[in-house]
Design a binder for this molecule. Sequence first.
Ligand code: GLU
Length: 248
Amino acid sequence: CGIIGYVGTEDARPILRDGLANLEYRGYDSAGVALGGGNVDVYKRRGEISALTEVLPERSDSTVGVGHTRWSTHGEPTDANAHPHTDESGDVAVVHNGIIENYDDLRAELEVRGHEFTSETDTEVVPHLVEEELASGLGLVEAVSAVVERLAGSYAFAVVAAGHDGIVATRRGNPLVLGHADHGAFLASDVPAFVEHTRRVSYPEDGDIVHLTEAGATIYADGEEVNREVVEVEWDAEAAEKGGYDHY
Ligand code: GLU
């Protein structure tokens, strides 16, 4: 239901946790975080963000990560079905909003090739597909571009992978907004996730592939680098959390 990503110079853990809390108004049944950098470490729990907070480390050295609040469409709300989802090695972690409509066919195909699934979600096909593309020698941007070609449905998702810089994200039919702060770059389903950090935002279009690094966001459409206008949002943080309405 809600995604957030951060890469910059600050500890990603509290930024992601608070960003998820700011997305609570969208409703959710589970929450999770993947902290990247060297390794990828995943923390996720069914239930409230307070349950996730209990399993998060007090402090981390990680300055890159993604987070998720889930509103389940495929699979019960359980710890195993909560996002992020990973491949077998745990080196590729994905948070996803929306529905991968052809996940059944993709899952069957991946299982024939030896992949083992640990959830009932449509989402889990994505980290396994990304892992295969990375194993074939592609970079993370190219790997996600190749995987998107295989997906049907509507989605926004974000990927972190061990040994790959930053976060790669894309959208088709689901919202994704980028935030450009002095200390790093954000992505989220909605501005309230990061509005305490920046009001400078840009909106990727359907099909765009976004590479967020400490240096900022690079956006690709059909393999070519493109510019998406950066605009200033005017709401204050409190109003933004209510999406511009007086009440939740
Ligand atoms: N379809 C995915 C799931 O059920 C994502 C749901 C969402 O958008 O939160 O896990």
